[in-house]
Design a binder for this molecule. Structure first.
Ligand code: SAM
Length: 629
């Protein structure tokens, strides 16, 4: 349930929970510009920087964010990438978000773009991708201290917001301000509208030099500070390697993982060369005719459920931005058939949200042609995608060059003033040289990462043209196997059903035994569809496609350094298993966040669960990963 808002007669929003107004009568944008932006030396401070990272406590209606975004847009010297991380325990509804912005016509257009991504705000992190990925808003939904513990990055600017310290003490407590100070580097600016003694003292104790400045009337003062502690700052854990400067990067593999990494790096100014062993991109497991995009849902909202949810949000934004809905992908929603009696969901998940999966009403189940009484979940954020279209769109972005027919076999360090890396083929011929290399070659990554326990998982699907007059369901059906229908192609609409899971096989020749298996499973998943397609199978009008996915021992992707020796140069982004569409963008953004010391797109524990170092041989594994579950 969204946080209820009391709208006063003068249009100022008020919180009944905190018995306080959300912003001054002078107007939120004026306060944002005077207290927060100018208080931190913005926009001047970010001029000419490659990126800028802002941390805010208290997102509210996002008016500080919208004003910052507007200032960024208006500034010819703006950084290439703007990160804004904000913490909010009680998100308001989309309608209230828009209502607040409607008082400020100059912000309304931006607010509408924000509102379009204002959905699914369950507790946790949500990365909203705006302005074609140049403005990244990470909403951390939860209590301020827990969210500060879960996030990690070096902030350039900190906005401290919240209701008045008397009414909202948690937001301003000594513990909160100490946790905030962990995000500061020497020179980080902080600003807030309150000059409460306890706030000034806590900031000073934690290394900020604070000064009072003239406030925005009716307030007399506001507070500004800069992190300049008199002591040497020591952070817990090993010192991170310095943030990468965008240079040249070789990405090995032009599937979903490689395409997504190339796009994330190119957006940050890298010159990316993608080497693909096959004759064309999307030739491996990512080459299936059409794939299903649906989250994993479990009653305890397990790790995989939270990861796939974050992943699907990240993919969805790319689909909306780069592809044509209805042609290359469809935001159709997905029905997930469950076994009888299995209607368990996390507590409080109903069709009202903010969760985006719920128990499907029986009418919906019947419309999809499933037998009466079938238990099914409805995933509103689900659909089908033609993976090759997404890969093509990524690889066509500026800054990316693709070289097909280049099979990388060895990566060697070239020592010099700056370390570089040489990628060679099996005959020793130099394919490329770069500052960094990312191995994203699916199961073929094994040749370059022989110490890692990568497993091949062969999968076969059946597909064909939709027979005339067919009643195949419009909605993709997931469950034990899956069925997608009505995918438009130049040769007509197609359907697809599958897929098999066959460990340790790399033979992609279609097998008739697998076709029989997929048929039988389709008959259990959707008996009516199986009956409609029976004739096509008998007449051999169906086709089979097989590919080999790459999985890690625990079935989660591997994102991180290949080994301790190559930690500053050779990284992995692989083992997406059969969830490439769910994971590719999220993993690529996580890799980029690590390289550039950017805000994490996921809470630290979830990011750790994807860390490639968990797959290193035991002798090399750092202790820190022992707790990743
Ligand atoms: N910065 C906002 C804007 O630009 O619209 C206004 C922020 S409003 C004054 C303060 C926000 O802090 C509210 O939305 C409130 O729900 C949130 N908040 C209060 N206590 C919190 C807590 N303990 N953890 C996280 N958020 C909290």
């Amino acid at each position: 349930m969204a946080e209820p808002v009391d709208w006063r007669a003068d249009g100022i929003p008020r919180s009944a929970r905190f018995d306080d107004i959300y912003h001054t009568e002078t107007g939120a944008p004026a306060q944002a510009r005077h207290v927060f932006l100018a208080g931190c030396g913005l926009p001047g401070a970010w001029a000419g920087q490659p990126q800028w990272r802002i941390l805010e406590t208290g997102f509210g209606f996002g008016l500080n964010f919208l004003t910052t975004w507007q200032a960024w847009q208006a500034d010819p010297q703006r950084p290439r990438l703007l990160h804004f991380v904000s913490i909010e325990a009680f998100p308001v509804s989309r309608e209230d978000l828009l209502r607040a912005a409607s008082s400020y016509p100059a912000l309304l257009g931006l607010a509408e773009k924000l509102a379009a991504q204002w959905h699914g705000l369950l507790p946790g992190f949500h990365r909203l991708c705006l302005d074609e990925g140049r403005v990244l808003l990470t909403l951390c939904i939860g209590d301020v201290q827990a969210m500060l513990r879960a996030q990690r990055f070096e902030a350039d600017t900190i906005f401290l917001d919240g209701f008045s310290p008397q009414r909202n003490p948690d937001m301003w407590s000594a513990d909160t301000l100490k946790a905030v100070s962990r995000f500061a580097r020497r020179g980080t600016h902080v600003a807030t509208w309150t000059i409460a003694r306890a706030v000034c003292d806590a900031l000073a104790q934690n290394g900020f030099q604070v000064t009072k400045a003239p406030g925005l009337p009716p307030k007399r003062d506001c507070l500004q500070g800069v992190f300049e502690p008199a002591w040497q700052v020591r952070r817990r854990g090993p010192a991170p390697s310095p943030a990468a400067l965008a240079g040249r990067c070789v990405v090995i593999g032009a599937g979903l993982a490689g395409g997504a990494v190339a796009a994330s790096l190119a957006r940050r100014g890298w010159e990316v060369e993608v080497l693909e062993a096959a004759a064309r991109p999307a030739a491996g497991a990512s080459g299936l005719p059409v794939g299903m995009l649906a989250p994993h849902v479990s009653p305890d909202d397990a790790l995989l459920s939270r990861l796939t949810r974050a992943g699907i949000r990240a993919t969805w934004q790319q689909l909306e931005q780069l592809l044509e809905e209805g042609l290359d992908w469809r935001a159709s929603g997905v029905l997930e058939r469950r076994s009888a009696g299995d209607d368990r969901l996390p507590d409080g998940w109903t069709a009202e949200g903010p969760n985006e999966s719920w128990l499907a009403p029986s009418m919906h189940v019947a419309e999809a042609g499933l037998p009466p009484g079938t238990v099914a979940l409805w995933h509103a954020r689900g659909g089908w995608v033609r993976p090759s279209r997404l890969i093509e769109a990524w690889l066509a972005l500026p800054g990316i060059r693709v070289r097909a027919g280049c099979r990388a076999a060895r990566i060697k360090r070239i020592d010099g003033e700056v370390t570089r890396w040489a990628v060679r083929d099996a005959a020793g011929a130099l394919l490329a040289e770069a500052d960094r290399v990312v191995i994203a070659g699916g199961i073929e990554s094994h040749a370059l990462a022989p110490d890692l326990p990568l497993q091949a998982v062969r999968g076969q699907v059946e597909w064909g043209r939709i027979p005339p007059g067919s009643r195949l369901p419009i909605t993709p059906i997931n469950g034990d196997g899956h069925l997608i229908a009505h995918v438009p192609t130049a040769e007509g609409n197609l359907w697809l059903a599958g897929a098999t899971f066959d460990r340790d096989s790399i033979d992609i020749t279609p097998r008739s035994a697998d076709t029989d298996f997929n048929r039988e499973r389709l008959a259990r998943l959707h008996p009516d569809a199986a009956a409609q397609l029976a004739g096509a199978f008998v007449r051999n009008e169906t086709q089979a496609w097989a590919g080999v996915r790459c999985a890690s021992g625990d079935r989660r992707p591997l994102v991180g350094p290949l080994s301790a020796e190559s930690a500053d140069g050779v990284w992995l982004c692989t083992a997406l298993g059969s969830r490439g569409l769910s994971f590719a963008v999220l993993c690529a953004e996580l890799l980029a966040a690590h390289w550039h010391h950017e805000p994490l797109p996921l809470p630290a524990k979830l990011a750790q669960a994807l860390d490639a170092r968990r797959a290193w041989p035991d002798t090399e594994k750092p202790q820190i990963l022992a707790s990743a579950r």
